[in-house]
Design a protein around this ligand. Structure first.
Ligand code: GLU
Length: 431
């Protein structure tokens, strides 16, 4: 996260605008601008050389009006409490925009897993989950993967929590390996959801997916799979960058081979037949669809003024700053905001939790088709809000849709005093 840009303040600014546009009272903003609960933990971990290192971890529960809080755990050197607050806040509205019966939460540990051994990461995962165990639970707060955490980490955390409880509690965490209660399709879900929303957006603005050019920033789980799925829909992937370097080929890159190359070499840089491209060049290059799939605050005002893409699909959380948003709106770029575009991950996490609760598991086709229904419905609802309200961009429209549901839940629960109703009641878990 950049020093000058505080994601938490940005997140607050985003919801303030939507609360105002909906004509809701300041009480709604006063509740939503801050988390319901936050916990900071010191996590001592024995390193392989026998030293003890104490890591700082967080778990933030933003709002539980619609259900238990839900959201991933990030392992990254730049994790701060404010970043986790922002990410937790975004989760509340992400879950609400796709109609999940969840609130938002998030966790993080300031650490660099790239410099830790698998055994050190395992010890950290177990110690961290023990430290936050008193405030989480399948009916309270359900973690999941995020940046630099994965199914293996989820499995260790589930195992540790199950030991703490004294029985197998698969519903405590989602994004697990399939053998221990994970859902088929979860690994690809963020990317798949993103590809559905991009497809719908392209339809809405009359952009043909066949031959549409795509540039991807970040070639990890989300970025590389979105690239593959868009390629399957007929798009041409012309460039990708990661934290080490980039690869560009105007004739198109094979997204699967590129992912294999990255796995072997740790970067997309140097991919055979490609030219090098910098991060900034990629963000501002001529292409139809731009996918930020890395970290926060990547598309700043400076970048936004040179963006040439027609659609931006935010696979990452918080990649665009508010100043950049304004510039992109003026330029007529259709930004598919993170809380909509990357909601596929938490949607299939919800399916995983439902399957764990039932003890009955679905086929991958069933998961994917249920995901498609949710994503297409959410896109249509947000797009309608965007079209029906002058001066509102897609991000504000997505917040307006989700805040209206969160606020209605708070109102009927009696959290808002005499606040009048704004949202029609909706059955939140409607397919
Ligand atoms: N970390 C993911 C996100 O930011 C997934 C959260 C989840 O599955 O609960 O949406």
């Amino acid at each position: 996260m950049s020093k000058e840009l505080n994601s938490y303040q940005i997140a607050q600014e985003q919801i303030k605008e939507a609360v105002k546009k909906l004509g809701l009272s300041s009480t709604v903003f006063d509740i939503l601008k801050q988390p319901e609960r936050e916990l900071t933990v010191a996590v001592p971990v024995e390193m392989d050389n026998g030293d003890i290192r104490v890591f700082t971890g967080y778990r933030v529960q933003h709002n539980s009006a619609l259900g238990p809080t839900k959201g991933g755990i990030r392992f990254h050197p730049d994790v701060t409490l404010d970043e986790v607050r922002a990410l937790a806040l975004w989760m509340t509205f992400k879950s609400a925009v796709v109609g999940l019966p969840y609130g938002g939460g998030k966790g993080g540990v300031a650490c660099n897993p790239k410099e830790m051994s698998p055994r050190e990461i395992q010890r950290l995962s177990r110690e961290y989950i023990r430290a936050i165990a008193p405030i989480i639970g399948p009916e309270k707060d359900i973690p999941a993967p995020d940046v630099y955490t994965n199914p293996q980490v989820m499995s260790w955390m589930m195992d540790e929590y199950s030991k703490y409880k004294g029985y197998n509690d698969f519903g405590i965490i989602t994004g697990k390996p399939v053998i221990v209660g994970g859902s088929l399709g979860r690994n690809e879900a963020t990317a798949r959801g993103c590809s559905f929303v991009i497809r719908e957006a392209a339809k809405a603005i009359g952009l043909d997916m066949k031959g549409a050019t795509v540039a991807v920033q970040g070639y990890g789980n989300a970025g590389s799979i979105v690239a593959r799925l868009l390629h399957e829909m007929g798009c041409q992937i012309i460039a990708a960058v990661d934290s080490t370097g980039g690869a560009y080929n105007p004739q198109g890159l094979d997204p699967v081979k590129l992912a294999e190359y990255k796995k072997e070499n740790g970067t997309v840089k140097g991919y055979p037949g490609s030219k090098e491209i910098s991060n900034e060049e990629l963000l501002t290059m001529k292409c139809d669809i731009l996918i930020p799939a890395a970290l926060e605050n990547q598309i700043t005002e400076d970048i936004a003024k040179d963006v040439q893409a027609k659609i931006i699909g935010e696979a990452a959380n918080g990649p665009t700053t508010p100043g950049a948003d304004r510039i992109l709106t003026e330029k007529g770029v259709l930004v598919l905001p993170d809380i909509l575009a990357n909601a596929g991950g938490v949607t299939v996490s919800y399916f995983e939790w439902v399957q764990n609760n039932m003890g009955y598991y679905w086929s991958e086709e069933e998961v994917n088709s249920k995901l498609e229904v949710k994503m297409v419905n959410a896109f249509n609802e947000v797009y309608k809000m965007f079209k029906n309200n002058k001066g509102v961009d897609m991000r504000t429209a997505a917040y307006m849709v989700s805040i209206s549901y969160v606020s209605e839940a708070m109102r009927v629960r009696g959290w808002l005093g005499q606040e009048p109703a704004v949202a029609k009641s909706r059955q939140v878990n409607l397919a």
